[in-house]
Design a protein around this ligand. Structure first.
Ligand SMILES: Cc1cc2nc3c(=O)[nH]c(=O)nc-3n(C[C@H](O)[C@H](O)[C@H](O)COP(=O)(O)O)c2cc1C
Length: 211
């Protein structure tokens, strides 16, 4: 085995380990609005569910190379609201257009850049992405910051999903159909994944193992 000292090696080497080993990662396509009313869309693949009661999700934006917080985090801290849109395969290119490196300046409206369609939300100000098959309206629970205000550091954003919108064909009998959701997932570098190669395995029972 190769042993790496993650406490002494560079953050860029740790970053490569993060994005190379935690794969595939779902993508939160996050819609926010600043206190001044500037709309923002950006993608975050450090995204996951936390619990259903209350219905909590998390995503983790890193700081910009200049050490500042990304527009998404600043907007959420200002307004306490955001929408997470699931990214289906059809949305891959417009999603990618919103999240270049280095980042757009804060006054850029990524809705215009991407050509995606804003759909008014029910309980929060940021719009939903009409092209997305599943949209989650979220209220901020907590932002936890890690590290100093410099590149490599980041935050975790915890939000409560207060409304969920699902395309009718995708949501049948209380279940989301992955073949119709067609989510894309993030790997390292320029790689993305589809979740089309699946296998089935029933949850085991304790007595199967404790004979
Ligand atoms: C598919 C994808 C996933 C991304 N995941 C993350 C992430 O998890 N954390 C992060 O800080 N940046 C991530 N980025 C980069 C941000 O989207 C990018 O910095 C964006 O411009 C930030 O926008 P904002 O400043 O408007 O919030 C990702 C980009 C793409 C295309």
């Amino acid at each position: 085995m190769i042993d790496l000292n993650t406490q002494t090696q560079s953050w860029t080497d740790n970053y490569k380990l993060l994005v190379g080993t935690i794969v595939p990662r779902p993508i939160a396509f996050v819609s926010t609005v600043s206190a001044e009313g500037v709309r923002n869309l950006a993608a975050f693949s450090f995204f996951n569910g936390v619990c259903p009661k209350p219905f909590i999700v998390s995503f983790a934006p890193m700081r910009r190379m200049d050490g500042g917080k990304k527009d998404t985090v600043r907007n959420i801290e200002e307004t306490g609201e955001f929408v997470i849109n699931v990214v289906s395969e059809e949305m891959a290119k417009p999603m990618n257009s919103t999240s270049p490196t280095p980042e757009f300046d804060p006054d850029v409206d990524e809705w215009v850049v991407s050509g995606l369609t804003p759909e008014p939300s029910t309980l929060v100000t940021p719009s939903r992405v009409a092209e997305s098959p599943v949209q989650m309206e979220c209220k901020l629970v907590q932002v936890i910051d890690f590290g100093p205000a410099e590149a490599g550091a980041g935050s975790i954003v915890l939000g409560e999903v207060v409304r969920m919108h699902l395309r009718e064909d995708v949501y049948q009998n209380g279940h989301v159909d992955p073949d119709l959701l067609r989510p894309i997932a993030r790997m390292a570098g320029n790689d993305y994944a589809r979740v089309t190669d699946r296998f089935q395995m029933a949850r085991s029972k304790p007595e199967e193992w404790l004979k």
